[in-house]
Design a protein around this ligand. Sequence first.
Ligand SMILES: [Zn+2]
Length: 204
Amino acid sequence: MITMQRHEAKTRPSATQKPSRLERTIMARLARLPFSSHPALKVNLRQEAYANYTFGARSGPSVDFDGLCHELAHAAQFDPEEFDERCTPAGRFHLPVAQILIGEQHVEGPVTAGCTLRECEVFAIQYHLLKYTGRRIDFDRYTKEVVQLCSWLPDWWMLGGTEGRKDEIPRHLGRYVKAWTAQRAFDRITLWLDRTQARFARQN
Ligand SMILES: [Zn+2]
């Protein structure tokens, strides 16, 4: 079951409110993905990121299918064997950034480009999900957007600094696009949802 929860509960009814055209479009696209009827799949289009075992579709001010695919791609990127470690008790992704010791304090301080590489892989999986649902993608443009988005991450500079990342991020993105298929992403996401369901069963 796919549930569309809403944030505007304060302003008024949720259950009776009709989904907007954009929401209907996003849900119709989601329905093209083979795992869309999985009983553990929960989607909230107004939510950012993944929280409370629910996939969001909002990034900043924009709500779109790309944002939803991005969160689903994160679930695919994790090794299903690591579900317990990667999915917190609050139903969020656990995405650690390496800590370094400064004096006696541990602070976030990336020593590898792990975070940026993970996002490159996630964007590659997202690319396959979008393409599967019929999206036509100009890969060069998509790559430029990924380079731009990765500049928000804490460790992109580990990939050759300002100049180096312009070559390195596209190279890694291309490598991951080749390594992944839509089917592999579906299998991984289905496993994530299976594990989610098993956790719910244990809790009830
Ligand atoms: Zn991400």
